[in-house]
Design a protein around this ligand. Sequence first.
Ligand SMILES: [Zn+2]
Length: 313
Amino acid sequence: MFGLINIGNTCFANAVLQCLFNIDIFVSQIKKHSNTKISNDLLNIYNNNSYENIIVFFNFLKNKLNLGEQHDSHEFLSLLLNSIHNENKSFKQFSIRQHLIKSNNKNDEKNLFNFLNSLINHYHKEHISFITSLFENYIITINTCKSCNHSSFIYVYDNIVQLYLKPQSVNFTDILNYNFNTTELLSNNKYSCSNCKSFTNCDRNTKFFNIGEVLCFHLCLFTNNKKININLEIPENLNMNNYIFNNSIIKQNNLYSLSGIVFHSGSLNGGHYIAGIKHNNEWYICDDSNVYKINKNNLNFNNAYLLFYIRSK
Ligand SMILES: [Zn+2]
């Protein structure tokens, strides 16, 4: 464990880097791909956390973020993963992040899964990098009209899973159940059925179709121009089986263990990021260059913002 120098409002990045450096499969991949610029810059920091190496790494952000200003850890993580992906992917043009498929039959769910399987196996394979292999998730939402059974499907894939917060939630499972479930949308929620050509009641089912080796959650603390303060119980072990479609391509075990957390303290307009890291079964707080061990019982999950879970072996 080592600290990372803050070169001027860079805690948003340091906290994320600490979480990534604690993921062995990520570190072994940047070692393997050290012939590419960003992986190499990261590896240099990992091997020697010198001021010079940190400056060189941040150069890649120069055109993308105004350094010296405060930034968002989630924004940084997304930018970093996409930048590494772009350096390593086998095909250079790919922009679809969301796709809508329409069907007239509720039973077409199976066809959708077959379609997605072939998409993942053929088309997406050409756009693959070690980043997508480790982090990428596919999430599908199926809306089924209760009047005519017409379904529409939306699938989203990303390296980071967005989680919207349910007010008054006390544990992380409440949040997962809130985001991945079957709900009834009543007509005042304005589901527009293209078959009925009107607003109808519908069933909405959102679950994972494919799930990464590293499961990174972004708790949406910042909405409607304010920060939501919640204090969630966050489990060290997570079973994702309840949140995956039965027909999905996922067959291996879906047990995950918590490896790192980015915390944000402060308000929407300013604050500080630190990381909590689980390393060799001990918890550490990484606050820029300051790293210290903490008793697990004293770990307070208040202000948890990004969570990093790793698939258990
Ligand atoms: Zn309908």
